[in-house]
Design a binder for this molecule. Structure first.
Ligand code: ACO
Length: 428
């Protein structure tokens, strides 16, 4: 705690509030006593100026375009580490040693199978269901299958449920894909890496062996790393809020998946690729830029802009490089990439986007890579959910382990009618 204070002059009284300094980033004004002292709330829809919790997991400096997990830059993690390492780092606070990584990966691999009854659960969905609808349902249903790890007061239960969620998410996601394709589910093969196993369960068939392409495996692993955590975003805040009531972790992660589904959040990569395909050729870009700038047109450039990044999203730079690698490896010449590059260049030189500090976000390029690998657009948000599960789980654990944790309960500015007497229906 610093000696700094913020003074609020209200109703003729000057009240001092402590200013708390984190290890990095802006200081925060501690207003926890505000209501008790003044009878007033703060008003901050969308939480644009509100820190909702303390967290030691992820640091973002949106103005500088910095994203760090436990102090490590995302660029370095995505280049030098693996998704399993990043999972360990987020959950435990430190990078694993060789043996720790081996043991952790082994533990995760021991939880990749689903309860067999869950396979029948899938058959209740329509074949054309959006895979995110299936994800919400199946992940929520996990709490009905794993009663032995839902006591949130028990650290061992929390650990096992965390491992189960991280381990089972690729199996659940791959099964959602297979169900839509009308192909048989594949059981996990624990000789493969976390990511290789997911690729095989998704694209393999029982009739022939599946050979994991190491370049694709690496690109996919990098996408998982880039989406692993992102501080107190909408879905993570949803997980924390759901968890603050003591709900079990499977239910909380299902709530996070529901929030992630929206086009302003995890659904944006699907929307971005659809938009790039709709633009189709570079000559049509100016028309779409003009539409994005038109106040009377609701159209926005999908994959552009971010609540926190007012500079290049560091994840977008890694994605752009990965697109090149994947295109070269798979010998794909998708015109959509050229449209994306030119759209980015035009927007970044346009005063509207410069003034509003709108840059490409992580979703701008990720859809192109995923499409090149063979995923249909409906699966994009599912892959995001798969990757973000570790972040949700780590944030949920951090919250539950905090002895000062309280149920989340925002207040409101009431603007409805004042008190009025009930009017009998005959008199209305
Ligand atoms: N295209 C055109 N104009 C935009 C865009 C865009 N993509 N994004 C923001 N703006 C404009 C807004 O119209 C607004 O203009 P105004 O000040 O004249 O009214 C201004 O920039 C600020 O926009 P807000 O919506 O207030 O900013 P906010 O921080 O609330 O929104 C958001 C951030 C939701 C990401 C927004 O930029 C957006 O809708 N982008 C497109 C969707 C997208 O790519 N989402 C992915 C986010 S990343 C993720 O979830 C992993």
């Amino acid at each position: 705690m610093s000696d700094l204070k913020a003074t609020l002059n209200i109703d003729g009284n000057a009240i001092e509030y402590p200013v708390i300094q984190g290890s990095d980033g802006p200081d925060v004004i501690d207003i926890r006593k505000l209501y008790a002292q003044t009878g007033k709330f703060t008003f901050d829809p969308g939480f644009t100026s509100t820190a909702s919790c303390e967290s030691a997991l992820t640091f973002i400096d949106g103005d500088e375009g910095i994203l760090r997990h436990r102090g490590y830059d995302i660029e370095e993690l995505s280049e030098k580490s693996s998704f399993m390492e990043v999972c360990y780092l987020l959950l435990n606070g430190e990078l694993p040693g060789k043996q720790q990584l081996h043991d952790f990966s082994y533990t995760i691999s021991r939880h990749t199978m689903l309860h067999e009854q869950l396979a029948t659960f899938y058959r209740g969905f329509r074949r054309d269901a959006h895979p995110m609808a299936i994800m919400c349902g199946v992940v929520g249903a996990l709490s009905a299958f794993y009663h032995d790890s839902t006591d949130i007061a028990d650290p061992d239960h929390r650990k096992i449920s965390s491992h189960r969620l991280i381990a089972k998410m690729p199996t659940i996601a791959a099964m959602a894909y297979k169900y839509a394709m009308g192909q048989p589910f594949l059981y996990p093969d624990n000789h493969l890496s976390y990511t290789g196993n997911f690729l095989r369960m998704t694209f393999g068939v029982p009739a022939e062996p599946y050979v994991v392409n190491p370049i694709v495996e690496r690109a996919m692993d990098r996408i998982f790393i880039l989406h692993a955590d992102h501080e107190q975003n909408a879905s993570t805040s949803t997980v924390r809020l759901a968890g603050s009531s003591g709900a079990n972790p499977f239910a909380c992660i299902a709530a996070g998946i529901a929030c992630l589904w929206g086009p302003a959040h995890g659904g944006a990569n699907e929307a971005a690729l659809n938009m790039l395909r709709e633009i189709g050729t570079p000559d049509r870009i100016p028309h779409y830029i003009a539409r994005a700038k038109d106040k009377n047109d609701p159209f926005r450039l999908m994959g552009f802009g971010h609540r926190v990044y007012k500079n290049y999203d560091p994840r977008a730079s890694v994605m752009r490089q990965t697109v090149r690698e994947i295109m070269a490896e798979l010998k794909i010449n998708d015109p959509v990439f050229e449209v994306a590059l030119q759209l980015e260049e035009m927007a970044l030189n346009d005063p509207y986007f410069i003034e509003k500090k709108l840059f490409p976000n992580v979703d701008f390029y990720s859809g192109i890579i995923l499409s090149a690998i063979g995923f249909p657009t409906e699966m994009f948000t599912v892959l995001f959910a798969l990757s973000r599960t570790v972040g949700w789980v780590a944030q949920w654990n951090e919250m539950i382990s905090d002895p000062g944790q309280k149920i989340g309960r925002p207040r409101q500015l009431y603007t409805g009618p004042g008190h009025r007497p009930y009017v009998d229906i005959a008199a209305r």
